[in-house]
Every structure is written in C-alpha cells, then in structure tokens.
Design a protein around this ligand. Structure first.
Ligand SMILES: O=C(O)[C@H](O)[C@@H](O)[C@H](O)[C@H](O)COP(=O)(O)O
Length: 266
C-alpha cells in the first residue's frame, strides 16, 4: 500500500513498497495527465530524462495503457541528453526509443530528439530553436508569467548526488537563467558533454515528477525534501520548485528511508 502525503512546500510524496507498485502508479499518473492535457489542449508535450526512469515507465507499453493512451497526441522531448551518437549505449534517446517509444504508436515526427551531429553548444542552441517554434504554434504551451515553455509533464530521475537532468551540484549550469536549453562539457557523471533544460524551464512546467528508487539515493532524497536548514547548500533536486505547476515525487521505500517519517500518513 502506497503512502501519499503532500509536503508543505516540496510537493506530493508517493512512497511505494516496491518497484512494481511504483511502476503501476507512475503509468497511471502519466496516462491521467496525458488524458487531461489532450482534452484541454489537443496534445501532450512530455519531456523525458535518462537513467532508470525509462525502465520504471515500462508498464505504459502494456495493457491497458498501450491501448487506452492517445499516443498520436504525444510530443516527446528530452530534459537532458548525453553528448554521444543516438546509436550509442549512453544515449538517452536510444534508451527511450528501445524501452518505450518503439513499443507504442508514437508518431515519428512528434519525437523531438537532440541533434547528435552538432557540438554540445550548437545542439543546445538548435534544441532551443526547435522548442521556440513549437511554443509559437502552441504544441508546447507557454508560461503565463514568463516567456518560458510550459511542458505538460517533465519527468526527472535523480542521482545519488542530488542531480536532476544534467544539472549537477555546485555547477555554474544551475545559474543558467537566460537560456531554455544549455550545455556542459565537464559532467561529473560520464559522458562529460551534456545538453540540458535549465531550471527556469523545469520550474515552468505544468507538472514535474521526480522518480527515485534505491537506498543509495536516500540521503539525497532527505536533503532534497526535508527541512534540513541552511547548513546544507540546496541540491539541484531541491531547486525543482515549479512556480505554478505541480511537483510529485515517486519513491520506493528504500529511497524514502531517510525522510523525516513524521510527515506521513497512510
Ligand atoms: O542522462 C542522465 O544521466 C539523466 O537524465 C540523469 O539526470 C538521470 O536521470 C539521473 O542520473 C538518475 O539516473 P539513475 O536513475 O539511473 O540513477
């Protein structure tokens, strides 16, 4: 049985007994947001990350979701990508293609992957340009308080160091405020070159979900969610604070094991 709680300023926490339960809840959540967005806007603009997230989304390829989700209305983006060819084992595009996109009827022209034939800097500029065109036509909605794109859903994983997308702790990329998409060439997690959404774009989304499993992430989950005071410089995951959108954490009980448990009720 999942524990669910709305933390006073860190969004909704959904804590699951095991990965199977987490995967079912995540698939339900994505399917519901897709339905609501298609009803409201006629499309669903979703941004993916890499890592274990894609495997945890696996139930979307199975019944009932493979038949009930309106896949033709999905537009796919990446919150971050690694500086490798799309055929490389490290590519976030390849991970999503093999694990999800090739298994459901997504329209190929709706898949907006990051150009792998450019330098990291050029690819970031090119991706921002692509997103600008799609904001103009409202395939991607626009924030009503800035000119930022407003994705219907941005899905993030989190590293044991508290990074999300390719926004790493103490890295100047955390201060990138003028761009929608930027790049780094010195990622502490290989490969070194990466393209990433900036925090303003993540925080302008209608919905942001952070999906985290495993005991090695428990300390970072605690630092990202609990009131830990000013002695701890905020982790990138703590800087995920949608201005008007909704934040949901999908955790397994191991990742949640260091949270101040007093805040939960069944
Ligand atoms: O390309 C990447 O590396 C990711 O987008 C990154 O932000 C990932 O989501 C986290 O590192 C968590 O990855 P794991 O879930 O595999 O630990």
């Amino acid at each position: 049985m999942a524990l669910s709680e709305v933390h006073k300023d860190r969004g909704e926490l959904r804590i699951h007994e095991n990965l199977d339960e987490l995967g079912t809840d995540l698939a339900d959540y994505i399917a519901e947001l897709s339905e609501a967005s298609v009803k409201e806007r006629g499309v669903f603009a979703i941004a993916l990350s890499g890592g274990s997230l894609i495997g945890l989304m696996g139930k979307l390829c199975e019944a009932p979701y493979n038949k009930t989700v309106d896949w033709a209305k999905w537009y796919i983006f990446w919150a971050d990508e690694r500086g490798v060819a799309k055929t490389h084992a490290d590519s976030n595009y390849k991970l999503a293609k093999d694990g999800l996109l090739s298994k459901v009827p997504i329209v190929p022209s709706h898949v907006h992957s990051i150009n792998d034939s450019l330098s990291a800097e050029e690819a970031a500029n090119d991706y921002e340009f692509v997103i600008r065109q799609l904001v103009r036509t409202r395939t991607i909605s626009v924030s009503d308080i800035s000119d930022s794109p407003k994705f219907d859903l941005i899905l993030l994983g989190m590293g044991a160091d508290g990074h999300v997308a390719s926004l790493f702790p103490n890295h100047p990329v955390l201060d990138a405020n003028n761009e929608w998409v930027t790049f780094i060439t010195n990622s502490p997690k290989p490969p070194p070159e990466r393209i990433t959404f900036t925090l303003p774009v993540i925080n302008s989304a209608s919905n942001v979900a952070v999906v985290v499993a495993g005991e090695d992430k428990a300390e970072a989950v605690h630092l990202a969610i609990d009131d830990v005071g000013p002695d701890h410089p905020p982790l990138p995951a703590r800087m995920v604070q949608p201005t008007k959108g909704k934040l949901v954490w999908f955790l397994d009980k191991l990742a949640a094991s260091k949270l101040d448990s007093s805040q939960f009720s069944e």
